[in-house]
Design a protein around this ligand. Sequence first.
Ligand SMILES: Nc1ncnc2c1ncn2[C@@H]1O[C@H](COP(=O)(O)OP(=O)(O)OP(=O)(O)O)[C@@H](O)[C@H]1O
Ligand SMILES: [Mg+2]
Length: 229
Amino acid sequence: MLGGRRLVALEDVSFSVERGEFLGVVGRSGSGKSSLLRCVYRRYLPTAGSIVYSSDDGEIDLSTAPDRGVLRLRGGEIGYVSQFLRAIPRTPARDVVAEPLISRGADGDEARERAAAMLDALGIPDGMADAFPATMSGGEQQRVNLARALVGAPRLLLLDEPTSALDPETRLLAMEAIKGLKNGGTTMVGIFHEMESLETLSDRVLALEAGRVRWTGPAREAAGLLAGV
Ligand SMILES: Nc1ncnc2c1ncn2[C@@H]1O[C@H](COP(=O)(O)OP(=O)(O)OP(=O)(O)O)[C@@H](O)[C@H]1O
Ligand SMILES: [Mg+2]
């Protein structure tokens, strides 16, 4: 609701993602892509419908599950890379990335080592990992954000334009890191504006238009159909 007016961000959207699959999401700015991921991550509560997630403990409807259950899933099983980094003040990048591991009980030194290795893989070398993300460039911040989600190897990873601020070379590093996690079995839903990442990473594509599904099909058929999206 906005100023008493009801705005519909998504309507009649239905799709499924198989275990280990990468579903790419495309659509014009404002078509509802981020809202879709926010519903899955339970940032938004849909007014109707269900979002069924198969966890290790059985099926859970994310639209009705108690907060406690959702928080537990976010702690380990479901990762989310938001479109924009909310920089944590006065925390070095390495600690920002290690934090989710530590809060899950990992040893601090080991977690920081894994964090540094992930940052390095994304082109943020050791020296820079000591810096505060708030002082970093947009593309560096984006990679810190991505590293934080990748390092925990969640079962389901939601990526909201994780490579949008990166130059082609750095984007390749990010795609390699994402592919590495996918090869390890992580299921992913990722939003991309740019066709190369979409085609390289996705198995299937879901195209949104004005909050509805416009098209869904194999990634290799997406480019021709989606020219101009
Ligand atoms: N919390 C909210 N309150 C009001 N309107 C919202 C809210 N969240 C999303 N919307 C509206 O829903 C529509 C879809 O927004 P969304 O962020 O999902 O778009 P998007 O496809 O991710 O766009 P972009 O490519 O620019 O990131 C927009 O018109 C937006 O203003
Ligand atoms: Mg968005």
